[in-house]
Structure formats: C-alpha cells, structure tokens
Write a new protein. Structure first.
Lengths: 263, 263
C-alpha cells in the first residue's frame, strides 16, 4: 500500500503522476491539494483569502463560510473531478471523495483564535480543525473492490459541519488505518532543501531522529511539514519520500531514489 | 427503493427534502441539479452559458471545456458537498459522486451539432451526451453498506471524458438497475400544470397512456420531461410523483398525495 500526496501547486505534473501510478502493481490512495486553483478562483469571484493575526502575533488563514464554498468548488469540485477523469483515462478506477462523503475523514473543529480588535481581545472562530478519525469501513470497502480513493478537503467536524484541515495531518490519520509501506509526497521543489533558496542543496536522506533538528532549521510551511513528518513516523511510517512533482515521471523518479528519503 | 430527483432551481427547499428523507424507513438514491448555482457562478467568473443554434433552427447549450469546469465546481463541488453536509447533519450517511467517480454513470458523447457559420455548414462538437449504463456494482456496494449515493453530472463518456447530460435521462438508466417503487421529482411548481402560467391548474393524476398527449400540450423543458417520463415507464417505473420542492415538507407532501402522480 502506498499513500500518494499531490501538492496543490500550479506546476505539479498531475498527468505524469497518474500515468506513473497506472503502471504500478500496488494498491494506493491519493490525497490532493488545490491551493493555487483555490486562490485563483477566489480572486476571480472577488473573495480573496482572509488572514487574521492572533493576539500573540501568529497569522493564519480564516476559513469562513464563503471560503468553504470556494474550497468545495475547487478542491472537491474542479480539481478532484479532473483528476478522477484523468485516472479513468489511465485505467485507474478512482472514486473522488471529500472528507464529508461517508464521513470518511472526521475531525474536531478548532476552538477559535484570540485576536485584538480596537484594543479589545475577542475570540473569532472559523471552519477549520484537525482530522481525528478515518472511516476505515468505507475506505477498505472501496480498496477491496478495486476502487482507488482520491481524497481532499473539506473534512467533517464533530457536529457534521464542513471544516478545512491540513493534508499533512490527514495523511497521518490515514497511515494509522492503512499502514502504508511508502508515503510519496509530490511538491514544487526537488525535495527537502538544505537551503530553501538553493535548489541544488537537496538533502538525499534524512533519518527519523534528524527530523527535530531539521524542524528547527526551516520556517513557514516547511516547519509544519517537519512536525507532521515526526508524527507520521510515530504513526508507524517506515519510509516517506518527498520528491519533485514538476518533472516528467514524478513517481518513477521518486521510487528510483529521487527526492528526499526519510526513514 | 425510492429515487429522489432534486431540481436545480434557486427556491428548492433542499433542507426540507433532506429532513423529510431522514424520517423514511426506505432506501433511496438522490440525483440533484444545480443549474441556478451554475449560472450564477458562471456569470461571476465571466463565463456565461454558450448557446448554439443548429442549422435546423434548434438552440442548445454548448458545453465546452470551460463550461465543464464550471459544472464540476458547482454541481460536483459546491452543491453536492453542501447537500452531503446537510445529509450528515440529519443522520443520512451520504456519499456524493459525479458520474465520473467509479464510472458510476457512463454515457456516449453526442456526435456534434450542424451549424451554419458565415453561410457555410459545419459541425461543432461539445462535451455532452446520453447516459447509457450504470455501475451497478458500485451503486449496490454503497447501498448494501448503509451509504446513500448522492449523484450529479458530469458523467463519463466512452473515451473517459467528462460530459454533461440530462438528469431525466440519468434517472431512466438508474431505474433500469434499482427498480425503484417510487420516483419523486421536486421542481419549482406545484406539479404538472394544465396551463403553465396558472399555478392553480395542477393536474393531480396522469395515466401512462396520457403522456403522449401531454407531451404535445407542453413546450420547452417540460416537453423533454414528458418524453423522459414515457421512457421511464418503459424502464418499468410504476409510480412517479412530480411535486413542489419549494414548500415546508416537500417529501411528506408528495407521499401524501401532493403534486402530480403518474402511474
């Protein structure tokens, strides 16, 4: 079993990934992003991303009801269905699902963010949260019957509301259930870079105990990814490959030693 | 087994329909539209509906690649996932699928439309077609395991491309597979009207052999609906109720003699 995570960047070669996957003799699950598409459509609809800054100085995306609408349109709608179509063209019988469908990814909504407004502290709460459980019954029902689950956000919260969530966290709880041998993550870079600004500084191997140190080395989304990776190994992952999703044969390259291998 | 068709008009009370369905003790499948939402989003994105007029004078919607994009966003994305969320809130474990997913609705692409351009005849071909087969294996796998399929366009053509299709035709091929006892169709009118402009002219009962005559009486989309109904009875339907989807309890009303019953 392989878990494949496809980043939501504009230059990811999704066709190449799907074509490569169609030649494998292993079962797999795909989790995909769509952030570039989301931002583009949100802009066109006149609903640009909202960002709030917490009282303690951290900024985060604020997912209100209309942001969730755009997420459904772009992740679960356009992106998911175009990938399903591509899969079908390459003989992969994909079934595209958001976390809401059959409650396949259930989570817990965040309590809210403490912000300062006109000098006063207040709590604002959006539709975002952490994935907690997988509907393994539905997931295995599909896998055992020859279907390939193609998953994306939103997921469903404890009161059956749609919420946004991080794909890295979704991968973690999927791993708890499917115990994949390999987890492939396709990003818009050659892999983990020693210097984020130097594409030639690819780190070929990272061992599990190095993750803590690497986490301190990086910033932004990469920091969150390192933290998620640490948890992934706690969930029993043996091998994670973070590799270039922009090249001609992303999966074949990753399986033949491309990118960064963490084990 | 009940097949429920929810029209894509703006004033359909989807919450009322889902709430009613959650109290039934029968299995059901839902097929939904989203035309009002599609038109609204297409307008906002600056991609209004394209219409072509055939050489013989008929106008029809032209579903090009970008129209399919908008269809995926609105039908399979926003509308489908918001209904799944609503279903989950009422305890219905819905799984939202387009016809592409698991090839659950397969069809054949139309050959093209003959148009006259600058005095010359030419054929233009869009992404639309007729549904031909249902993946009964996947449909029954979900139904037998307690999931409620919530279906929408696009469907998948013979070369694995996404195509637009009529929901009335999709209902017909679903009926071939599931042999529903009742088919409920919720529209933005009290039912079939003797005079399309008079909401008080509801026809309570239509017998199957009257359908031909009614087809000649009406025009536009209603004509197509009458034709689809004739075929539905040829597919073994026993009872179809066309009823008001705008009221407080649309399903309870339809099951208690509301709307137009065709049998």
């Amino acid at each position: 079993m392989i878990i494949v995570k496809i980043g939501g960047g504009k230059s990811i070669n999704i066709k190449g990934i799907i074509q490569d996957l169609s030649s494998l003799n292993e079962k797999f699950i795909i989790v995909h992003g769509a952030n570039a598409l989301r931002d583009e459509i949100a802009q066109k609809l006149g609903q640009p991303k909202k960002v709030v800054t917490s009282a303690s100085g951290y900024s985060s995306v604020f997912s209100d009801d209309s942001a969730l609408d755009v997420m459904m349109m772009t992740y679960a709608g356009l992106k998911n269905k175009r990938i399903v179509e591509l899969c079908q063209r390459y003989g992969i019988n994909a079934v595209g699902l958001s976390g809401l469908d059959g409650k396949i990814i259930q989570g817990r909504r965040n309590k809210g963010i403490r912000i300062k407004e006109n000098g006063k502290l207040k709590i604002v709460r959006d539709f975002s949260g952490k994935p907690k459980t997988v509907n393994g019954h539905l997931l295995n029902l599909l896998l055992d019957n020859g279907y390939v689950p193609l998953l994306c956000v939103p997921i469903i919260d404890e009161h059956n509301f749609a919420i946004n969530s991080e794909n890295d966290d979704i991968i973690n709880i999927l791993q708890d259930v499917v115990k994949a041998d390999k987890i492939l993550q396709f990003i818009e870079a050659p892999g983990f870079l020693d210097d984020a600004h130097d594409p030639d500084s690819l780190v070929k191997q990272i061992c599990q105990r190095e993750l803590k140190q690497r986490e301190e080395q990086v910033s932004g989304r990469m920091k969150r990814k390192m933290l998620a990776l640490k948890k992934l190994f706690e969930s029993g992952a043996h091998k994670v490959i973070i590799s270039d999703g922009r090249i001609e044969n992303p999966v074949i390259n990753a399986l033949n030693g491309g990118g960064t291998t963490i084990q």
